[in-house]
Design a protein around this ligand. Sequence first.
Ligand SMILES: Nc1nc2c(c(=O)[nH]1)N[C@H]1C(S)=C(S)[C@@H](COP(=O)(O)O)O[C@H]1N2
Ligand SMILES: [Mo]
Length: 203
Amino acid sequence: MAKATRGFFGRRPAARDGRLPPGQYDVGDDWPVLTAEVTPKLATAEWSFAVEGLVEHPSTWTWDEIRALAPSTYAGDIHCVTTWSKLGVTFGGVSVDTLLEAAGPLPAATHVLASSHTGYTTNLPLADVTGGRAWVAWEFDGGPLPVEHGGPARLLVPHLYFWKSAKWVAGLRLLDHDEAGFWERNGYHDRGDPWLEQRYQGD
Ligand SMILES: Nc1nc2c(c(=O)[nH]1)N[C@H]1C(S)=C(S)[C@@H](COP(=O)(O)O)O[C@H]1N2
Ligand SMILES: [Mo]
């Protein structure tokens, strides 16, 4: 028996998808739901989005007003700190840049505190929600964003762990300091970069 064939039929480890950050696995078609509070049933007529705090023009958009803004889409991946990633998804909505352009951040603004209509909060450096890297999203893969995933609309900051993407988002408050949100007060990292595995405070 030729020695050279040995191992040819053996199992090779599957190549790891380069889109997966360290410690993450691909959920495929599943989309786990992670919600700390009771899922709210928000009619679009009750929904609004506000940009306030350190801005020149505090601004609020109704559902119809925000949907009339220039549309923007994200096509890529999302990563939850509980180690699942979902690859090759598409979200539609408006770029946070468009909303901040209208409100006019003051030079002192360095951070934002995002809040939900349910009271959930999460903090981010202002630089992480500007430069085409953050959205208020109401479409997923061409359909309306399901309510359990934050519909009518959620924040989407896909380059950070998904807890930064507040579901049922109500607005952004611009601050001159970092202010911990819900999970951050409970031990999660202030920034949450999945490529640096910034899962917990101190990582
Ligand atoms: N309002 C609100 N937003 C939230 C959460 C939450 O509990 N409440 N969980 C966060 C976490 S930990 C994750 S991983 C994602 C989960 O979004 P999904 O349920 O659509 O997968 O939403 C984030 N946004
Ligand atoms: Mo999460």
